[in-house]
Ligand binder design. Sequence first.
Ligand SMILES: Cc1cc2nc3c(=O)[nH]c(=O)nc-3n(C[C@H](O)[C@H](O)[C@H](O)COP(=O)(O)OP(=O)(O)OC[C@H]3O[C@@H](n4cnc5c(N)ncnc54)[C@H](O)[C@@H]3O)c2cc1C
Length: 336
Amino acid sequence: MFIEENYVLLSHNTFGVVAKARWFIAYTDEQDLRKILADEYFRSLPVFHIGGGSNLLFISDYEGIILHSGIKDTEVVKEDEEFVYLKAGAGMLWDDLVHDTVCRAWGGLENLSGIPGEVGAAAIQNIGAYGCEAKDVITEISAYDMQTGEKQTIPCVECAYAYRDSIFKKAWKGRFIITHVTFRLSKKPHYRLEYANLQNFFAGKEINLKMIRETIIALRAAKLPDPKVLGNAGSFFMNPCLSKTCYERLKKSYPDMPCYPVNQGEVKIPAAWLIEQCGLKGFQQGNAAVYDKQALVLVNKGNATGEEIVRLAEKVQESVKNKFRIDLHPEVIYLP
Ligand SMILES: Cc1cc2nc3c(=O)[nH]c(=O)nc-3n(C[C@H](O)[C@H](O)[C@H](O)COP(=O)(O)OP(=O)(O)OC[C@H]3O[C@@H](n4cnc5c(N)ncnc54)[C@H](O)[C@@H]3O)c2cc1C
């Protein structure tokens, strides 16, 4: 177990913002985690469990405990003719897990290749890309309840999964520490290539999981900034959902406004399009900017503070609201 006071979190947030935690505790196994949960001093302070910090924005120092998991084991817990049920430690890097499953020719995670962060957070966030979401393959979650200190197994159906959302972000916010996530992976190929015309990349070729993974990684690299080069947390805002009636009304003024169907009565509008229409693509304010190749991403141009990035986000929200009467909600979590 690693414990340090006044710990600098620079390498624990992909925005590259300088912030300190009063305490930083990195545990490597469940035994250590149980000790931490039973500790009275620990229980007296605010606690935030961090993953890879790729969806967070530290606005100031954190006057409590930042916890981090080093649980990285994987285990096949069940197997039949069609599926493998793989249980993976919450502290494992998400993309290492994807790489591992693709190498073993187990399908299900390949479209989620290249997403930063760790396995535990993927289950909290319901990460998604290229037409797939983590919820499509999660079967259950093992977690400690911070209120009781007891371990629980939570089936996927109880997680209230939705677009970038789960019960862990709402009613159970901050309550559970995830130790493992179990995925149902397919032994037989069921490729999902409908989104963004992925199939065009493989025309005339015999497809396999490795090709899909490599193509998606290349597509992502062309669109998104590498946090090691330019601090960012991926999509800063969620794509807003509108009623079809509202969309039809707006379309009269903005005939080019794109949309994707959500259900019979609702559509999703790409937030990047809305931001671009406000003329903000590439816009810089202080040390923070709207990424010039993808308006949904806010970037740290060097030494930006969390507050500077929040001010830029507010400017974007205000502009979109004034022009379209649409509220943009951050996908990124502000701390504290
Ligand atoms: C360049 C880039 C591209 C991205 N692309 C995508 C994308 O395509 N699709 C997508 O969905 N997201 C994307 N993201 C966002 C981000 O990668 C995901 O949200 C990811 O799941 C965050 O993982 P993390 O480990 O960094 O979590 P953090 O940002 O550290 O934390 C996220 C949340 O998870 C909680 N958490 C973390 N670990 C645990 C645990 N063990 N127990 C309980 N709670 C925990 C935290 O408390 C917090 O609420 C991108 C980010 C970047 C920087």
